[in-house]
Design a protein around this ligand. Structure first.
Ligand code: B12
Ligand code: SF4
Length: 516
Protein backbone atom coordinates (compact mmCIF):
# COMPACT_ATOMS: atom_id res chain seq x y z
CA UNK A 1 0.00 0.00 0.00
CA UNK A 2 1.46 3.36 -1.04
CA UNK A 3 1.90 6.03 1.63
CA UNK A 4 3.72 9.35 1.89
CA UNK A 5 3.82 9.05 5.71
CA UNK A 6 1.90 12.20 6.53
CA UNK A 7 3.30 14.35 3.72
CA UNK A 8 0.80 15.85 1.27
CA UNK A 9 0.65 13.88 -1.96
CA UNK A 10 2.17 15.16 -5.20
CA UNK A 11 0.16 14.22 -8.23
CA UNK A 12 1.37 14.45 -11.82
CA UNK A 13 -1.42 14.61 -14.38
CA UNK A 14 -0.56 13.52 -17.91
CA UNK A 15 -2.73 14.87 -20.72
CA UNK A 16 -2.14 13.50 -24.24
CA UNK A 17 -3.60 16.49 -26.02
CA UNK A 18 -3.29 16.02 -29.76
CA UNK A 19 -5.39 14.49 -32.47
CA UNK A 20 -2.88 13.90 -35.27
CA UNK A 21 0.19 11.69 -35.57
CA UNK A 22 2.60 14.60 -35.98
CA UNK A 23 5.74 14.04 -33.91
CA UNK A 24 7.17 17.53 -34.35
CA UNK A 25 7.86 19.19 -31.02
CA UNK A 26 5.70 22.23 -30.34
CA UNK A 27 6.78 24.90 -27.90
CA UNK A 28 3.40 26.36 -27.24
CA UNK A 29 -0.29 25.68 -27.63
CA UNK A 30 -2.48 22.89 -26.51
CA UNK A 31 -6.00 22.88 -25.16
CA UNK A 32 -7.37 23.85 -21.80
CA UNK A 33 -9.07 20.94 -20.02
CA UNK A 34 -11.67 21.81 -17.41
CA UNK A 35 -11.62 18.33 -15.83
CA UNK A 36 -7.91 18.47 -14.98
CA UNK A 37 -8.00 22.10 -13.84
CA UNK A 38 -10.90 21.16 -11.58
CA UNK A 39 -9.12 18.11 -10.09
CA UNK A 40 -6.07 20.26 -9.44
CA UNK A 41 -8.15 22.95 -7.69
CA UNK A 42 -9.77 20.37 -5.39
CA UNK A 43 -6.46 18.65 -4.57
CA UNK A 44 -4.79 21.96 -3.80
CA UNK A 45 -7.75 23.02 -1.66
CA UNK A 46 -7.25 19.74 0.23
CA UNK A 47 -3.58 20.56 0.88
CA UNK A 48 -2.03 18.32 -1.79
CA UNK A 49 -0.13 19.37 -4.87
CA UNK A 50 -0.66 18.82 -8.56
CA UNK A 51 1.30 19.45 -11.76
CA UNK A 52 0.68 18.80 -15.43
CA UNK A 53 2.68 17.04 -18.12
CA UNK A 54 0.92 18.49 -21.15
CA UNK A 55 1.75 16.34 -24.16
CA UNK A 56 1.21 18.51 -27.21
CA UNK A 57 2.35 16.03 -29.82
CA UNK A 58 3.00 12.31 -30.21
CA UNK A 59 6.10 11.62 -28.09
CA UNK A 60 8.82 9.09 -28.80
CA UNK A 61 9.93 6.89 -25.93
CA UNK A 62 13.08 8.90 -25.36
CA UNK A 63 11.32 12.24 -25.52
CA UNK A 64 8.65 11.11 -23.05
CA UNK A 65 11.11 9.55 -20.65
CA UNK A 66 13.29 12.67 -20.66
CA UNK A 67 10.31 14.82 -19.73
CA UNK A 68 9.18 12.44 -17.02
CA UNK A 69 12.68 12.26 -15.53
CA UNK A 70 12.84 16.03 -15.44
CA UNK A 71 9.46 16.16 -13.70
CA UNK A 72 10.64 13.61 -11.15
CA UNK A 73 13.81 15.60 -10.41
CA UNK A 74 12.04 18.93 -10.15
CA UNK A 75 8.79 17.83 -8.57
CA UNK A 76 9.14 14.32 -7.17
CA UNK A 77 5.59 13.09 -7.87
CA UNK A 78 4.01 10.18 -5.94
CA UNK A 79 1.15 9.38 -8.34
CA UNK A 80 0.83 9.70 -12.09
CA UNK A 81 -2.69 10.23 -13.42
CA UNK A 82 -3.50 9.84 -17.11
CA UNK A 83 -6.49 11.54 -18.65
CA UNK A 84 -7.61 9.28 -21.46
CA UNK A 85 -10.10 10.01 -24.19
CA UNK A 86 -10.83 7.05 -26.48
CA UNK A 87 -8.67 8.06 -29.43
CA UNK A 88 -5.73 8.78 -27.11
CA UNK A 89 -5.91 5.33 -25.50
CA UNK A 90 -3.40 3.53 -27.78
CA UNK A 91 -0.78 6.21 -27.10
CA UNK A 92 -1.62 6.38 -23.40
CA UNK A 93 -0.83 2.65 -23.13
CA UNK A 94 2.68 3.33 -24.40
CA UNK A 95 3.18 6.29 -22.06
CA UNK A 96 2.05 4.13 -19.13
CA UNK A 97 4.49 1.39 -20.10
CA UNK A 98 7.36 3.88 -20.33
CA UNK A 99 6.35 5.40 -16.98
CA UNK A 100 6.55 2.00 -15.29
CA UNK A 101 9.87 1.23 -17.06
CA UNK A 102 11.36 4.25 -15.35
CA UNK A 103 9.50 4.13 -12.05
CA UNK A 104 8.16 0.61 -11.41
CA UNK A 105 6.81 1.57 -7.96
CA UNK A 106 4.96 4.65 -9.14
CA UNK A 107 1.17 4.48 -8.67
CA UNK A 108 -0.68 4.91 -11.99
CA UNK A 109 -4.32 5.97 -12.16
CA UNK A 110 -6.36 6.58 -15.33
CA UNK A 111 -9.47 8.74 -15.61
CA UNK A 112 -11.56 10.49 -18.22
CA UNK A 113 -13.98 9.34 -20.90
CA UNK A 114 -12.44 6.06 -21.99
CA UNK A 115 -11.89 4.66 -18.49
CA UNK A 116 -15.47 5.66 -17.67
CA UNK A 117 -16.87 3.79 -20.68
CA UNK A 118 -14.71 0.65 -20.49
CA UNK A 119 -13.00 0.63 -17.07
CA UNK A 120 -11.93 -3.00 -17.11
CA UNK A 121 -10.26 -2.66 -20.50
CA UNK A 122 -8.16 0.19 -19.11
CA UNK A 123 -7.47 -1.52 -15.78
CA UNK A 124 -6.27 -4.59 -17.69
CA UNK A 125 -3.44 -2.57 -19.24
CA UNK A 126 -0.05 -3.48 -17.79
CA UNK A 127 1.07 -0.80 -15.41
CA UNK A 128 -2.36 0.61 -14.56
CA UNK A 129 -3.07 0.32 -10.82
CA UNK A 130 -6.38 2.09 -10.62
CA UNK A 131 -9.16 3.53 -12.77
CA UNK A 132 -11.46 6.41 -11.90
CA UNK A 133 -15.00 6.02 -13.20
CA UNK A 134 -16.82 9.31 -13.84
CA UNK A 135 -16.13 12.60 -12.11
CA UNK A 136 -12.75 12.49 -10.45
CA UNK A 137 -12.26 15.43 -8.11
CA UNK A 138 -13.37 13.94 -4.82
CA UNK A 139 -12.31 10.37 -5.61
CA UNK A 140 -8.82 11.74 -6.19
CA UNK A 141 -8.92 13.85 -3.04
CA UNK A 142 -9.97 10.86 -0.92
CA UNK A 143 -7.25 8.75 -2.52
CA UNK A 144 -4.57 11.35 -1.77
CA UNK A 145 -5.83 11.77 1.81
CA UNK A 146 -5.64 8.04 2.45
CA UNK A 147 -2.20 7.75 0.86
CA UNK A 148 -0.99 10.63 3.04
CA UNK A 149 -2.48 9.03 6.16
CA UNK A 150 -1.22 5.51 5.38
CA UNK A 151 -4.77 4.06 5.26
CA UNK A 152 -6.24 1.39 3.01
CA UNK A 153 -7.73 3.07 -0.07
CA UNK A 154 -8.93 0.11 -2.08
CA UNK A 155 -12.54 0.55 -0.93
CA UNK A 156 -12.89 4.13 -2.21
CA UNK A 157 -16.05 4.89 -4.19
CA UNK A 158 -15.65 5.59 -7.94
CA UNK A 159 -12.25 3.85 -8.05
CA UNK A 160 -11.52 0.38 -9.42
CA UNK A 161 -8.26 -1.23 -8.30
CA UNK A 162 -5.96 -3.93 -9.58
CA UNK A 163 -5.11 -6.03 -6.52
CA UNK A 164 -1.68 -7.72 -5.96
CA UNK A 165 -3.08 -11.08 -7.18
CA UNK A 166 -4.11 -9.41 -10.47
CA UNK A 167 -7.86 -9.46 -9.72
CA UNK A 168 -9.97 -6.32 -10.01
CA UNK A 169 -11.82 -4.63 -7.18
CA UNK A 170 -14.90 -2.71 -8.35
CA UNK A 171 -16.21 -0.20 -5.84
CA UNK A 172 -19.59 1.52 -6.14
CA UNK A 173 -19.69 4.85 -7.95
CA UNK A 174 -20.27 7.85 -5.68
CA UNK A 175 -23.53 9.71 -6.28
CA UNK A 176 -23.36 12.97 -8.20
CA UNK A 177 -23.99 16.18 -6.30
CA UNK A 178 -26.35 18.61 -7.94
CA UNK A 179 -24.76 21.83 -6.71
CA UNK A 180 -21.77 22.50 -8.96
CA UNK A 181 -20.99 25.68 -7.00
CA UNK A 182 -19.42 23.35 -4.40
CA UNK A 183 -16.50 22.78 -6.74
CA UNK A 184 -13.86 25.50 -6.45
CA UNK A 185 -13.03 27.72 -9.41
CA UNK A 186 -10.67 25.63 -11.59
CA UNK A 187 -6.92 25.91 -11.25
CA UNK A 188 -6.29 27.64 -14.61
CA UNK A 189 -2.62 27.92 -13.69
CA UNK A 190 -2.20 24.14 -13.91
CA UNK A 191 -1.76 24.98 -17.60
CA UNK A 192 0.70 27.37 -19.17
CA UNK A 193 -2.50 29.33 -19.58
CA UNK A 194 -1.45 32.40 -21.55
CA UNK A 195 0.37 30.14 -23.95
CA UNK A 196 -2.58 27.85 -24.77
CA UNK A 197 -3.68 27.76 -28.38
CA UNK A 198 -6.91 29.58 -27.55
CA UNK A 199 -5.33 32.10 -25.15
CA UNK A 200 -2.84 33.10 -27.81
CA UNK A 201 -5.74 34.42 -29.83
CA UNK A 202 -7.30 36.06 -26.77
CA UNK A 203 -9.94 33.37 -26.28
CA UNK A 204 -10.80 31.39 -23.16
CA UNK A 205 -12.27 27.88 -23.33
CA UNK A 206 -14.85 27.88 -20.55
CA UNK A 207 -17.00 25.02 -19.20
CA UNK A 208 -19.58 25.85 -16.51
CA UNK A 209 -21.61 22.65 -16.66
CA UNK A 210 -21.36 18.88 -16.59
CA UNK A 211 -23.02 16.45 -18.92
CA UNK A 212 -26.08 16.58 -21.11
CA UNK A 213 -29.52 14.99 -20.82
CA UNK A 214 -30.02 14.07 -24.48
CA UNK A 215 -29.35 10.62 -25.89
CA UNK A 216 -27.71 11.06 -29.29
CA UNK A 217 -26.49 7.62 -30.26
CA UNK A 218 -22.99 8.65 -31.40
CA UNK A 219 -22.18 10.54 -28.22
CA UNK A 220 -20.78 9.11 -25.02
CA UNK A 221 -23.08 11.13 -22.78
CA UNK A 222 -25.86 8.55 -22.78
CA UNK A 223 -23.41 6.07 -21.28
CA UNK A 224 -21.33 8.40 -19.12
CA UNK A 225 -24.41 9.10 -17.05
CA UNK A 226 -25.34 5.43 -16.68
CA UNK A 227 -22.44 4.82 -14.30
CA UNK A 228 -23.98 6.99 -11.56
CA UNK A 229 -26.58 5.78 -9.07
CA UNK A 230 -28.47 9.10 -9.45
CA UNK A 231 -28.05 9.62 -13.19
CA UNK A 232 -31.13 11.87 -13.42
CA UNK A 233 -29.09 14.86 -12.24
CA UNK A 234 -26.17 14.18 -14.58
CA UNK A 235 -26.73 17.40 -16.56
CA UNK A 236 -25.87 20.25 -14.18
CA UNK A 237 -24.72 23.86 -14.37
CA UNK A 238 -22.98 26.16 -11.94
CA UNK A 239 -25.50 28.78 -10.82
CA UNK A 240 -25.52 31.83 -13.13
CA UNK A 241 -23.93 33.88 -10.31
CA UNK A 242 -21.18 31.31 -9.78
CA UNK A 243 -20.56 31.09 -13.53
CA UNK A 244 -20.05 34.87 -13.54
CA UNK A 245 -17.65 34.53 -10.60
CA UNK A 246 -15.78 31.88 -12.62
CA UNK A 247 -15.47 34.32 -15.54
CA UNK A 248 -14.44 37.25 -13.36
CA UNK A 249 -11.74 35.16 -11.68
CA UNK A 250 -10.45 34.01 -15.04
CA UNK A 251 -10.42 37.52 -16.50
CA UNK A 252 -8.66 39.01 -13.49
CA UNK A 253 -5.93 36.34 -13.65
CA UNK A 254 -5.61 36.44 -17.44
CA UNK A 255 -6.27 39.90 -18.82
CA UNK A 256 -5.18 38.72 -22.28
CA UNK A 257 -8.65 37.11 -22.64
CA UNK A 258 -10.98 39.13 -24.84
CA UNK A 259 -13.35 36.45 -26.15
CA UNK A 260 -15.18 33.67 -24.29
CA UNK A 261 -15.75 30.31 -25.96
CA UNK A 262 -18.31 28.38 -23.89
CA UNK A 263 -17.60 24.71 -24.57
CA UNK A 264 -20.43 23.30 -22.49
CA UNK A 265 -22.05 20.38 -24.31
CA UNK A 266 -25.28 22.37 -24.84
CA UNK A 267 -25.13 25.89 -23.47
CA UNK A 268 -28.90 26.51 -23.69
CA UNK A 269 -29.82 23.10 -22.25
CA UNK A 270 -31.90 24.71 -19.48
CA UNK A 271 -33.60 27.68 -21.15
CA UNK A 272 -34.42 29.46 -17.83
CA UNK A 273 -30.85 29.13 -16.64
CA UNK A 274 -29.63 30.41 -19.99
CA UNK A 275 -31.88 33.49 -19.98
CA UNK A 276 -30.86 34.38 -16.42
CA UNK A 277 -27.19 33.85 -17.21
CA UNK A 278 -27.37 36.04 -20.31
CA UNK A 279 -28.93 38.88 -18.30
CA UNK A 280 -26.03 38.72 -15.83
CA UNK A 281 -23.47 38.33 -18.60
CA UNK A 282 -24.72 41.50 -20.30
CA UNK A 283 -24.34 43.43 -17.05
CA UNK A 284 -21.11 41.99 -15.69
CA UNK A 285 -18.96 40.64 -18.52
CA UNK A 286 -20.21 41.66 -21.94
CA UNK A 287 -17.29 40.28 -23.95
CA UNK A 288 -17.72 38.76 -27.41
CA UNK A 289 -18.59 35.11 -26.96
CA UNK A 290 -19.63 31.90 -28.63
CA UNK A 291 -21.18 28.61 -27.49
CA UNK A 292 -22.79 25.37 -28.56
CA UNK A 293 -26.55 25.79 -28.97
CA UNK A 294 -29.39 23.33 -29.69
CA UNK A 295 -32.01 24.32 -32.24
CA UNK A 296 -35.08 22.71 -30.74
CA UNK A 297 -35.19 24.59 -27.42
CA UNK A 298 -34.51 28.08 -28.69
CA UNK A 299 -36.84 31.04 -29.05
CA UNK A 300 -36.40 34.14 -31.16
CA UNK A 301 -36.37 36.27 -27.99
CA UNK A 302 -33.38 34.38 -26.64
CA UNK A 303 -31.51 34.78 -29.93
CA UNK A 304 -32.15 38.53 -29.76
CA UNK A 305 -30.78 38.65 -26.22
CA UNK A 306 -27.77 36.57 -27.22
CA UNK A 307 -26.86 39.21 -29.76
CA UNK A 308 -27.10 41.88 -27.06
CA UNK A 309 -24.86 39.83 -24.78
CA UNK A 310 -22.07 39.62 -27.34
CA UNK A 311 -22.63 36.32 -29.12
CA UNK A 312 -20.96 37.00 -32.44
CA UNK A 313 -21.16 33.39 -33.57
CA UNK A 314 -22.74 30.12 -32.36
CA UNK A 315 -22.07 26.45 -33.00
CA UNK A 316 -24.75 23.89 -33.57
CA UNK A 317 -24.74 20.19 -34.32
CA UNK A 318 -26.62 19.74 -37.58
CA UNK A 319 -24.97 16.31 -37.97
CA UNK A 320 -27.06 14.99 -40.88
CA UNK A 321 -29.26 16.60 -43.50
CA UNK A 322 -31.21 13.40 -43.96
CA UNK A 323 -34.21 13.37 -41.57
CA UNK A 324 -34.28 9.58 -41.48
CA UNK A 325 -30.63 9.44 -40.40
CA UNK A 326 -31.26 12.13 -37.79
CA UNK A 327 -34.34 10.52 -36.28
CA UNK A 328 -33.60 6.81 -36.59
CA UNK A 329 -29.83 6.48 -36.51
CA UNK A 330 -28.77 9.52 -34.45
CA UNK A 331 -31.94 9.91 -32.31
CA UNK A 332 -31.89 13.68 -32.77
CA UNK A 333 -35.48 14.73 -33.09
CA UNK A 334 -35.14 17.93 -35.08
CA UNK A 335 -37.05 18.50 -38.29
CA UNK A 336 -35.62 20.35 -41.31
CA UNK A 337 -38.22 23.09 -40.74
CA UNK A 338 -37.07 23.58 -37.15
CA UNK A 339 -33.46 23.87 -38.24
CA UNK A 340 -34.29 26.29 -41.05
CA UNK A 341 -36.47 28.48 -38.80
CA UNK A 342 -33.86 28.77 -36.02
CA UNK A 343 -31.12 29.53 -38.50
CA UNK A 344 -33.13 32.38 -39.94
CA UNK A 345 -33.20 34.03 -36.49
CA UNK A 346 -29.42 33.94 -36.32
CA UNK A 347 -29.22 35.61 -39.72
CA UNK A 348 -31.83 38.14 -38.68
CA UNK A 349 -29.87 39.22 -35.59
CA UNK A 350 -26.44 39.08 -37.23
CA UNK A 351 -24.99 36.10 -35.36
CA UNK A 352 -22.80 33.92 -37.54
CA UNK A 353 -23.57 30.21 -37.51
CA UNK A 354 -21.16 27.30 -37.46
CA UNK A 355 -22.49 23.80 -37.98
CA UNK A 356 -20.99 20.43 -37.08
CA UNK A 357 -21.73 17.58 -39.47
CA UNK A 358 -20.97 13.87 -39.46
CA UNK A 359 -19.96 11.97 -42.58
CA UNK A 360 -19.65 8.20 -42.92
CA UNK A 361 -22.41 7.25 -40.48
CA UNK A 362 -23.58 3.63 -40.50
CA UNK A 363 -26.01 3.01 -43.39
CA UNK A 364 -25.22 6.38 -44.92
CA UNK A 365 -24.33 6.67 -48.58
CA UNK A 366 -23.19 9.51 -50.79
CA UNK A 367 -26.78 10.53 -51.62
CA UNK A 368 -27.68 10.92 -47.97
CA UNK A 369 -24.41 12.78 -47.32
CA UNK A 370 -25.33 15.13 -50.16
CA UNK A 371 -28.51 16.00 -48.25
CA UNK A 372 -26.30 17.20 -45.40
CA UNK A 373 -24.41 19.47 -47.77
CA UNK A 374 -27.67 20.82 -49.16
CA UNK A 375 -29.27 21.50 -45.77
CA UNK A 376 -26.17 23.48 -44.75
CA UNK A 377 -26.51 25.48 -47.96
CA UNK A 378 -30.23 26.02 -47.41
CA UNK A 379 -29.72 27.47 -43.93
CA UNK A 380 -26.79 29.53 -45.31
CA UNK A 381 -24.47 28.26 -42.61
CA UNK A 382 -21.49 30.63 -42.32
CA UNK A 383 -19.01 27.94 -41.43
CA UNK A 384 -19.30 24.19 -41.77
CA UNK A 385 -17.25 21.54 -39.99
CA UNK A 386 -17.49 18.03 -41.43
CA UNK A 387 -16.26 15.25 -39.12
CA UNK A 388 -15.84 11.65 -40.13
CA UNK A 389 -17.89 9.36 -37.91
CA UNK A 390 -15.89 7.58 -35.22
CA UNK A 391 -17.62 4.73 -33.38
CA UNK A 392 -16.79 5.34 -29.73
CA UNK A 393 -16.91 2.14 -27.75
CA UNK A 394 -19.79 2.08 -25.32
CA UNK A 395 -22.06 4.21 -27.52
CA UNK A 396 -25.25 2.98 -29.14
CA UNK A 397 -23.94 3.73 -32.61
CA UNK A 398 -20.85 1.64 -31.95
CA UNK A 399 -23.15 -1.30 -31.19
CA UNK A 400 -25.23 -0.63 -34.30
CA UNK A 401 -22.09 -0.43 -36.47
CA UNK A 402 -20.70 -3.60 -34.95
CA UNK A 403 -23.89 -5.54 -35.40
CA UNK A 404 -24.07 -4.47 -39.04
CA UNK A 405 -20.50 -5.71 -39.56
CA UNK A 406 -19.13 -2.23 -40.45
CA UNK A 407 -16.36 -2.27 -37.83
CA UNK A 408 -13.19 -3.90 -39.19
CA UNK A 409 -11.21 -6.40 -37.15
CA UNK A 410 -8.23 -5.11 -35.15
CA UNK A 411 -7.28 -1.55 -34.23
CA UNK A 412 -9.39 0.86 -36.29
CA UNK A 413 -8.49 3.95 -34.27
CA UNK A 414 -5.86 5.07 -36.77
CA UNK A 415 -8.00 4.60 -39.88
CA UNK A 416 -9.12 7.81 -41.57
CA UNK A 417 -12.55 6.30 -42.15
CA UNK A 418 -13.20 3.85 -39.33
CA UNK A 419 -16.29 2.11 -40.78
CA UNK A 420 -16.00 -0.20 -43.76
CA UNK A 421 -19.32 -0.01 -45.59
CA UNK A 422 -19.86 -1.28 -49.11
CA UNK A 423 -22.47 1.40 -49.91
CA UNK A 424 -20.20 4.27 -48.82
CA UNK A 425 -16.57 3.45 -49.66
CA UNK A 426 -13.66 5.24 -47.99
CA UNK A 427 -12.76 7.44 -50.97
CA UNK A 428 -16.31 8.80 -51.17
CA UNK A 429 -16.38 9.60 -47.44
CA UNK A 430 -13.01 11.39 -47.73
CA UNK A 431 -14.22 13.22 -50.84
CA UNK A 432 -17.34 14.50 -49.09
CA UNK A 433 -15.32 15.52 -46.03
CA UNK A 434 -12.65 17.26 -48.09
CA UNK A 435 -14.98 19.17 -50.41
CA UNK A 436 -17.85 19.72 -47.99
CA UNK A 437 -17.31 23.46 -47.61
CA UNK A 438 -16.77 23.91 -51.33
CA UNK A 439 -20.03 22.24 -52.26
CA UNK A 440 -21.99 24.04 -49.56
CA UNK A 441 -20.84 27.30 -51.16
CA UNK A 442 -21.82 26.06 -54.63
CA UNK A 443 -25.30 24.95 -53.51
CA UNK A 444 -25.81 28.25 -51.67
CA UNK A 445 -25.25 29.93 -55.01
CA UNK A 446 -27.61 27.50 -56.75
CA UNK A 447 -30.38 28.14 -54.22
CA UNK A 448 -29.95 31.90 -54.60
CA UNK A 449 -30.27 31.79 -58.41
CA UNK A 450 -33.48 32.60 -60.31
CA UNK A 451 -35.97 29.74 -60.53
CA UNK A 452 -35.12 28.71 -64.06
CA UNK A 453 -31.32 28.50 -63.73
CA UNK A 454 -30.99 27.44 -60.08
CA UNK A 455 -32.41 23.91 -60.43
CA UNK A 456 -30.30 23.27 -63.52
CA UNK A 457 -27.13 24.31 -61.73
CA UNK A 458 -28.22 22.19 -58.75
CA UNK A 459 -28.61 19.15 -61.01
CA UNK A 460 -25.18 19.70 -62.50
CA UNK A 461 -23.69 19.94 -59.01
CA UNK A 462 -25.49 16.73 -57.96
CA UNK A 463 -23.81 15.03 -60.87
CA UNK A 464 -20.38 16.32 -59.78
CA UNK A 465 -20.90 14.81 -56.32
CA UNK A 466 -22.70 11.55 -57.01
CA UNK A 467 -22.04 10.91 -60.73
CA UNK A 468 -20.82 7.47 -61.79
CA UNK A 469 -17.44 8.63 -63.11
CA UNK A 470 -16.30 11.08 -60.43
CA UNK A 471 -12.57 10.34 -59.80
CA UNK A 472 -12.94 10.38 -56.01
CA UNK A 473 -9.43 9.10 -55.20
CA UNK A 474 -7.77 11.72 -57.37
CA UNK A 475 -9.76 14.56 -55.80
CA UNK A 476 -8.95 13.27 -52.32
CA UNK A 477 -5.23 13.31 -53.08
CA UNK A 478 -5.38 16.90 -54.30
CA UNK A 479 -7.30 17.94 -51.24
CA UNK A 480 -4.86 16.22 -48.85
CA UNK A 481 -1.94 18.20 -50.27
CA UNK A 482 -3.82 21.46 -50.01
CA UNK A 483 -5.00 20.77 -46.43
CA UNK A 484 -1.48 19.93 -45.30
CA UNK A 485 -0.11 23.22 -46.62
CA UNK A 486 -2.99 25.23 -45.17
CA UNK A 487 -2.54 23.62 -41.75
CA UNK A 488 1.16 24.51 -41.72
CA UNK A 489 0.42 28.13 -42.61
CA UNK A 490 -2.31 28.40 -39.97
CA UNK A 491 -0.04 26.86 -37.28
CA UNK A 492 2.64 29.34 -38.18
CA UNK A 493 0.32 32.34 -38.00
CA UNK A 494 -1.29 31.23 -34.69
CA UNK A 495 2.07 30.55 -33.07
CA UNK A 496 4.16 33.38 -34.50
CA UNK A 497 1.68 36.09 -35.45
CA UNK A 498 -1.22 35.55 -33.02
CA UNK A 499 -2.31 39.19 -33.14
CA UNK A 500 -2.64 39.09 -36.92
CA UNK A 501 -4.65 35.86 -36.63
CA UNK A 502 -6.94 37.38 -34.01
CA UNK A 503 -7.52 40.52 -36.11
CA UNK A 504 -8.27 38.50 -39.25
CA UNK A 505 -10.65 36.27 -37.35
CA UNK A 506 -12.61 39.14 -35.81
CA UNK A 507 -12.71 40.88 -39.19
CA UNK A 508 -14.07 37.76 -40.83
CA UNK A 509 -16.79 37.36 -38.20
CA UNK A 510 -17.75 41.04 -38.43
CA UNK A 511 -18.02 40.80 -42.20
CA UNK A 512 -20.21 37.70 -41.96
CA UNK A 513 -22.46 39.32 -39.38
CA UNK A 514 -22.76 42.51 -41.47
CA UNK A 515 -23.59 40.44 -44.52
CA UNK A 516 -26.43 38.69 -42.74
C1 B12 B 1 -15.24 20.83 -23.66
C2 B12 B 1 -15.00 19.68 -24.62
C3 B12 B 1 -13.91 19.80 -25.50
C4 B12 B 1 -12.95 20.97 -25.44
C5 B12 B 1 -11.93 20.72 -24.30
C6 B12 B 1 -11.25 19.36 -24.40
C7 B12 B 1 -11.05 18.60 -23.13
N1 B12 B 1 -10.11 17.71 -23.21
O1 B12 B 1 -11.72 18.80 -22.12
C8 B12 B 1 -12.34 20.95 -26.88
C9 B12 B 1 -13.15 21.84 -27.77
C10 B12 B 1 -10.87 21.39 -27.00
C11 B12 B 1 -12.59 19.49 -27.25
C12 B12 B 1 -11.89 18.84 -28.23
C13 B12 B 1 -12.05 17.49 -28.49
N2 B12 B 1 -13.02 16.69 -28.02
CO1 B12 B 1 -14.31 17.21 -26.70
N3 B12 B 1 -15.66 17.57 -25.44
C14 B12 B 1 -15.85 18.56 -24.64
C15 B12 B 1 -17.15 18.32 -23.81
C16 B12 B 1 -18.29 19.07 -24.49
C17 B12 B 1 -17.11 18.69 -22.34
C18 B12 B 1 -15.89 18.16 -21.59
C19 B12 B 1 -15.79 18.77 -20.22
O2 B12 B 1 -15.10 19.75 -20.03
N4 B12 B 1 -16.52 18.24 -19.24
C20 B12 B 1 -16.48 18.73 -17.87
C21 B12 B 1 -15.21 18.21 -17.14
C22 B12 B 1 -15.17 18.74 -15.73
O3 B12 B 1 -15.31 16.82 -17.09
P1 B12 B 1 -14.25 15.78 -17.71
O4 B12 B 1 -13.44 16.38 -18.76
O5 B12 B 1 -14.99 14.55 -18.00
O6 B12 B 1 -13.30 15.45 -16.48
C23 B12 B 1 -13.76 14.72 -15.34
C24 B12 B 1 -13.67 13.18 -15.46
O7 B12 B 1 -13.64 12.70 -16.77
C25 B12 B 1 -12.47 12.79 -14.67
N5 B12 B 1 -11.14 12.78 -15.30
C26 B12 B 1 -10.73 13.28 -16.46
N6 B12 B 1 -9.40 13.07 -16.61
C27 B12 B 1 -8.97 12.45 -15.51
C28 B12 B 1 -7.70 12.00 -15.15
C29 B12 B 1 -7.55 11.36 -13.93
C30 B12 B 1 -6.21 10.89 -13.53
C31 B12 B 1 -8.67 11.16 -13.08
C32 B12 B 1 -8.51 10.48 -11.80
C33 B12 B 1 -9.94 11.60 -13.44
C34 B12 B 1 -10.07 12.25 -14.66
O8 B12 B 1 -12.45 13.78 -13.66
C35 B12 B 1 -12.78 15.05 -14.25
C36 B12 B 1 -13.38 15.96 -13.21
O9 B12 B 1 -14.55 15.40 -12.66
C37 B12 B 1 -17.32 16.76 -23.97
C38 B12 B 1 -18.78 16.25 -24.00
C39 B12 B 1 -19.37 16.14 -22.62
N7 B12 B 1 -20.57 16.44 -22.50
O10 B12 B 1 -18.75 15.78 -21.67
C40 B12 B 1 -16.61 16.48 -25.31
C41 B12 B 1 -15.82 15.20 -25.44
C42 B12 B 1 -14.96 15.02 -24.23
N8 B12 B 1 -14.94 15.46 -26.57
C43 B12 B 1 -14.71 14.43 -27.29
C44 B12 B 1 -13.85 14.42 -28.41
C45 B12 B 1 -13.87 13.18 -29.26
C46 B12 B 1 -13.02 15.50 -28.70
C47 B12 B 1 -11.99 15.58 -29.84
C48 B12 B 1 -11.18 14.31 -30.06
C49 B12 B 1 -12.73 16.02 -31.11
C50 B12 B 1 -11.84 16.08 -32.34
N9 B12 B 1 -12.03 15.14 -33.21
O11 B12 B 1 -11.00 16.94 -32.44
C51 B12 B 1 -11.10 16.75 -29.37
C52 B12 B 1 -9.93 16.23 -28.51
C53 B12 B 1 -9.20 17.36 -27.87
C54 B12 B 1 -8.28 16.95 -26.77
N10 B12 B 1 -7.03 17.21 -27.01
O12 B12 B 1 -8.67 16.43 -25.72
C55 B12 B 1 -15.48 13.22 -26.81
C56 B12 B 1 -14.59 12.18 -26.14
C57 B12 B 1 -15.12 10.80 -26.42
C58 B12 B 1 -14.28 9.76 -25.82
N11 B12 B 1 -14.89 8.61 -25.66
O13 B12 B 1 -13.14 9.91 -25.56
C59 B12 B 1 -16.57 13.89 -25.87
C60 B12 B 1 -17.00 13.08 -24.67
C61 B12 B 1 -17.80 14.20 -26.76
C62 B12 B 1 -18.33 12.97 -27.43
N12 B12 B 1 -18.22 12.92 -28.74
O14 B12 B 1 -18.82 12.05 -26.86
N13 B12 B 1 -13.58 18.94 -26.48
S1 SF4 C 1 -26.85 16.92 -27.49
FE1 SF4 C 1 -24.64 16.88 -27.86
S2 SF4 C 1 -23.68 16.42 -25.89
FE2 SF4 C 1 -25.88 15.92 -25.72
S3 SF4 C 1 -26.04 13.74 -26.16
FE3 SF4 C 1 -26.37 14.85 -28.10
S4 SF4 C 1 -24.32 15.04 -29.03
FE4 SF4 C 1 -24.03 14.45 -26.88
Amino acid sequence: MLTTNGRPVRMLLVYPDYTDRDCTAKVSGGNYMEGLASISAVLKQGGHDCRLLHLLYLHSEQDYKNKLRLMKEQYGFDIVGFSVRTTAFPDAKEYIRWTKDLYPDCFVICGGYHPTLVPDEVLAVDGVDCVCVGDGEYAELDLCDRIRDGLDYTDLESLYFKLPDGSFRHNPIRPLFSDLDRIPIPDFELFDYDNLESSKVGTAIVVVSRGCFYNCTYCGNGNFRKVYPNKKIYARFRSPENAILYLKTLLSRHPCIKVINFRDAIFNMFPDWFDHFIDLYIKEIHLPCTGNIRFDILTEDTVKKMKEAGFYTIDMGLESGDPEMRFQILRRFQTDEMIIRCSSWFHKYGIAQLTYNIIGLPFEDIHRALKTIKLNARIKSDRVIPNIFYPYEGTKLYEISKEAGFIPEGDFSKRRVPLVQPQFPEEQVLFIEGYFGHFVRCYKRAFAMPKRIGPLYEKWLDHRVTGKHVPYRFYVRIHDGYAHLRGKIQDFVVNHLPKVYMKLRMLKHRKRAEKS
